[in-house]
Design a protein around this ligand. Sequence first.
Ligand SMILES: Nc1ncnc2c1ncn2[C@@H]1O[C@H](COP(=O)(O)OS(=O)(=O)O)[C@@H](OP(=O)(O)O)[C@H]1O
Length: 371
Amino acid sequence: MECSLSRCHSQAVATASLRKKLLLLFTMLLLWGYILYSCAGFCVSLPGPVHGSARQRAAAAAAAASASAAAYKVASDPDPFVSAPALRPRLVPRVPAGEVEDEEEEPDPPGGHSPRPPELNYSSFGTKKLPQAIIIGVKKGGTRALLEFLRVHPDIRAVGAEPHFFDRHFDKGIEWYKDLMPKTLDGQVTMEKTPSYYVTKETPPRIHAMSKDAKLIVVVRDPVTRAISDYTQTLSKKPDIPSLIDTSWSAIQIGIYAKHLENWLQYFPMRQILFVSGERLISDPAGELGKVQDFLGLKRIITDKHFYFNQTKGFPCLKKPEGSSKPHCLGKTKGRTHPNIDPEVVQRLRDFYRPFNMKFYQMTGQNFGWD
Ligand SMILES: Nc1ncnc2c1ncn2[C@@H]1O[C@H](COP(=O)(O)OS(=O)(=O)O)[C@@H](OP(=O)(O)O)[C@H]1O
């Protein structure tokens, strides 16, 4: 079909302008799509200005979600504070050494990861990895407090419940274990805590076979107080436990830290094991957390400003976990009132542990001040 020169020209101009408009519209659509895609994942609950790369921001958001989930858990606890158990001086339960210890009383729900509101679910990001760092002990040392405090760090992702893979579920295979872990982005550290690992002979070679570079963290506490804490927990479940000090009782054996350390040193060098003071974790949580962050090769993000001392609970709590404005104390099974133990019994325990403590100080090069 023919057209006049001027008509053809105006048609050509109209087509070109329409093309331009369409191109502009398409570019805008693309841009909006990109912005929406980015925001859907990362913008939902960033707690405040977060600096750094997109990856760091994503990591910060993931940690915020984790901390927030922990706060949800505590908020749903009907009684966040302790109640005094019956006093049972002189009683120490007798349980054969090596018998399976009871579970932590307030793990996260089965399935491992902390409960997390759907809009804060970042689990689709990253990949599951085997842990690079494990809190291996000790039972009643303050392991839950350490893990919950560490979870504030944007570069730490941890499974909430105790997996007990290397001591109880080893037959389930390494893939089962890996599948319990939360997804992580590059540069984030995957962690778990199972306090019974420290005293289980099979565990060091098994962890070594998984990774000879694994970083191991042990929260140690005065073995006398630790034993009483363990006893208090057993008492809360079985009020009729027998009354005797018996050094073969596993709760007493757990406190012979030097003996257990020898097993670990057959597989791991001392530089790969960090000993956290359970006492300082209470008196100076930020100081202990500083050392742990250094050990893990992470920036010191968790500092004094994250903690406050809750007078009612008598323990430090998280002031404002990232992603939440609610303070976060551990639940009622953490920081229980201990029964009054006969001073004679306490003295016997002190005397029993003294030489093992000295050996432990010597092996670690640290004086924990328990005597
Ligand atoms: N911030 C904070 N809040 C509450 N409790 C704290 C805290 N820091 C350390 N602790 C001490 O942790 C003790 C329990 O240790 P674990 O978490 O290792 O216990 S368990 O082995 O997992 O059952 C627990 O022992 P008990 O005092 O005997 O209950 C506490 O003394």
